[in-house]
Design a binder for this molecule. Structure first.
Ligand code: ITT
Length: 202
């Protein structure tokens, strides 16, 4: 039977990115999403750090499904907002997880912030939790600048508002593989691949 891992996310675009990054690194792996397994009570993300929230999601997935589970907690940390929206990124404009509303609010909040203070970082914590209790967390960062209006329709979330250091194109304009190569999620996931491979070999 092919090795299987559960990617514990409800965000379809995040799931697509995770699949795209992990599958080439682990030949033959079967990557399940939450829609492929029986529903379970998903925990609230109540912690103050990406690392702790990623662990909450991965632990709940392992407990319910008894498969190795990966979970990502991620967000955009804006310097001029003292690191917010941070762990609140998905729900910055309310409970609805509405990307357009989140982006509009972030632009309104930063309208008076000058170019030299528009630094921001995407951050990701990737947790791997195994049925035997082993837990690993890796992190990834992508630094850049917040734009003044959205550019591009690719990616998801705050991607149209962000240009990574060294890039001309916004994350919303980058080809998917080009985003993966430099993204917070790509970096964290590639860092955890050796642990995933070791776990699947056991
Ligand atoms: P799950 O918890 O089910 O994985 P979620 O979207 O709620 O899905 P998070 O709590 O980790 O996930 O919130 C991540 C939010 O941060 C996401 O909704 C975006 O607003 C933002 N974000 C994270 N990574 C991003 C990326 O690569 N590009 C754009 N926005 C991103």
């Amino acid at each position: 039977m092919s090795p299987r891992v559960l990617l514990a996310t409800r965000n379809p675009k995040k799931l697509a990115e995770l699949r795209r990054i992990v599958e080439p690194h682990v030949p033959g792996i079967e990557v399940l999403g939450l829609d492929d397994v029986a529903p379970y009570a998903e925990p609230a993300e109540t912690e103050a750090t990406f690392e702790a929230n990623a662990l909450i999601k991965a632990r709940a997935a392992v407990t319910a499904v008894r498969l190795p589970a990966l979970a990502d907690d991620s967000g955009l940390c804006v310097d001029a907002l003292n690191g917010m929206p941070g762990v609140l990124s998905a729900r910055w404009s309310g409970r609805s997880k509405d990307d357009a509303a989140n982006n509009a609010l972030l632009l309104a909040q930063t309208v008076d912030v000058p170019s030299e203070r528009r630094g921001a970082q995407f951050r990701c914590a990737m947790a791997l939790v195994l049925p035997d209790g082993v837990e690993v967390v890796q992190t990834g960062v992508m630094s850049g600048q917040l734009l003044r209006e959205g550019r591009g329709t690719g990616g998801f979330g705050y991607d149209p508002l962000f240009v990574a250091d060294g890039q001309q194109l916004s994350n919303g304009e980058l080809a998917p593989a080009d985003k993966d190569a430099i993204s917070h999620r790509g970096r964290a996931l590639r860092a955890i691949v050796p642990d995933l491979v070791a776990a699947l070999d056991r």
